[in-house]
Design a protein around this ligand. Structure first.
Ligand code: ARG
Length: 465
């Protein structure tokens, strides 16, 4: 039999019955929050050092506790730590093990502290590190996008609105649009990290403590900007978790859109890219198939992350101050969101890096669908001095003519054009090509090569690439 204290011995002084199995089942969070183990030890170390510095515990006790924590850390690293459901959560699992190692002095670790400030300190530390991991992977992804954009600057592809061919663009322009989105995702995460970087430790259960603690010391030791000003706020809000998940949900929306484009582009109907064999699957019945499962799952996993956001928004809504056990439900979402997002970023890196772009097919599609009709209308405005509305109507008529003949705009003859508008001259043919259309769109942020190169230059500097 283990001589571990059961959870009701940790808090059960006034209880005459042991916890029902069902209570343990609903109450225990160790299977999930064991991922906070190292942050929990970090927080405990800072707390214990502070207690000794303020002479709330002796130097000797401090050393004893710190050695015990070091041993636990090693057990955790070696996978030798045994987690116990009856000890509810990571905090009590560690404290209980500390008791086994150093005896009754272990109980001094919880002086001037509650699990309420402990858990939220751990979680802030964990998310802070998680955000750093996410930032790193997102920046790798951005560099991959940047290189792909630079390499494919000559490739012309159709730009869409309503998924109808709209105007020709450079394929790089399309890729760089995602680079911008992921750039904002990085910014959002950075700002969240900045905002959450305040220390709740020392808020104790909710009201602070009567011990002469130094919250500035623990905050500094743990790398937080400052201690949180209000002890009730410190233990009771999870807005930083909501922000983290919101940031992830927005990023996932971006990834799902990119994934959807991969799926479309990789289809026979589009045939713009081929996805790497390593990231597609075959069909068990149709030998010809290459299914974009990885991209489909990226698209689908957006649902889990959105779900996590809604779940925690719902948990937090209407909770009276300060701490309530409801908040224990936050961690499962946090970990799942993090794992999902990291996986999605890494797979997207590979999809982008290894996709093969089919230049001729993209070009063909970019020339279809009267994609240069706007250029024709603009020519009427510029060269014939027409108001744009009139030019638009006239171009519409010409598109109709070409459509009936089943040819492209630049395959019409001058006499075809003159039947609709006698003032049109030979000059017009100079502008009726996808290349010309693209290069003419040289307004800031447009798709002309000069503007694309400006964007590439910007991102090279920003990403230090
Ligand atoms: N496991 C708990 C959580 O995740 C820790 C805080 C418990 N506090 C308490 N007073 N029961 O929120």
């Amino acid at each position: 039999m283990s001589n571990k204290k059961k959870s009701n011995e940790m808090w059960g002084g006034r209880f005459s019955e042991r916890a029902a199995d069902l209570l343990t089942e609903i109450n225990s969070s160790i299977d999930i929050d064991k991922r906070l183990a190292f942050e929990d030890i970090l927080g405990s170390k800072a707390h214990v050092e502070m207690l000794a510095k303020m002479r709330i515990i002796t130097k000797k006790t401090e050393t004893k506790i710190l050695n015990g924590l070091k041993k636990i850390e090693k057990e955790l690293l070696d996978g030798d730590f045994s987690f116990d459901n009856l000890l509810e959560d990571i905090h009590m699992n560690i404290e209980s093990r500390l008791g086994e190692i150093i005896g009754a002095d272990a109980g001094r670790i919880h002086t001037a502290r509650s699990r309420n400030d402990q858990v939220v300190t751990d979680l802030r530390l964990w998310i802070r590190k998680a955000i750093e991991d996410i930032e790193l992977e997102l920046s790798k992804l951005q560099i991959i996008l940047l290189r792909k954009a630079e390499k494919n600057i000559e490739i012309i592809s159709p730009g869409y609105t309503h998924l109808q061919v709209a105007q020709p663009i450079r394929f790089s322009h399309h890729l760089l649009a995602y680079l911008e989105m992921f750039g904002r995702d990085v910014e959002r995460f950075k700002q969240t990290k900045e905002r959450l970087n305040e220390c709740p430790l020392g808020a104790a259960a909710l009201a602070g403590t009567s011990f002469p603690i130094d919250r500035f010391y623990t905050a500094k030791t743990l790398g937080f900007r400052a201690p949180m000003r209000n002890s009730m706020d410190a233990v009771s809000d999870r807005d930083f978790v909501l922000e983290f998940i919101s940031d992830a949900a927005i990023a996932m929306v971006h990834f799902s859109r990119l994934a959807e484009e991969f799926i479309l582009w990789g289809s026979i109907e589009f045939d713009f890219i081929s996805l790497p064999d390593s990231l597609v699957t075959g069909s068990s019945i149709m030998p010809q198939k290459k299914n974009p499962d990885a991209a489909e799952l990226i698209r689908a996993k957006t649902g889990r992350v959105n779900g996590a956001l809604l779940s925690l928004l719902t948990v937090m809504k209407g909770l009276p101050l300060a701490y309530a056990k409801d908040m224990q439900e936050d961690k499962e979402s946090v970990f799942d969101v993090f794992d999902t997002l990291i996986l999605v970023i890494k797979i997207s890196q590979q999809l982008i890096e290894n996709m093969k772009v089919k230049k001729a097919n993209m070009y063909k599609a970019a020339s279809n669908g009267f994609s240069i009709a706007t250029d024709l209308a603009d020519w009427f405005v510029r060269d014939l001095g027409m108001p744009f509305r009139e030019a638009h109507a006239l171009t519409g008529k010409i598109v109709e003519v070409a459509s009936k003949k089943n040819i492209k705009l630049n395959e019409l003859t001058l006499s075809d054009l003159n039947k609709v508008e006698p003032k049109i001259s030979e000059e017009v043919f100079k502008i009726l090509s996808p290349e010309n259309s693209i290069e003419s769109r040289n307004s800031f942020g447009g798709t002309a090569s000069r503007e694309i190169r400006r964007q590439i230059k910007f991102w090279k500097r920003r990403l230090n690439a």
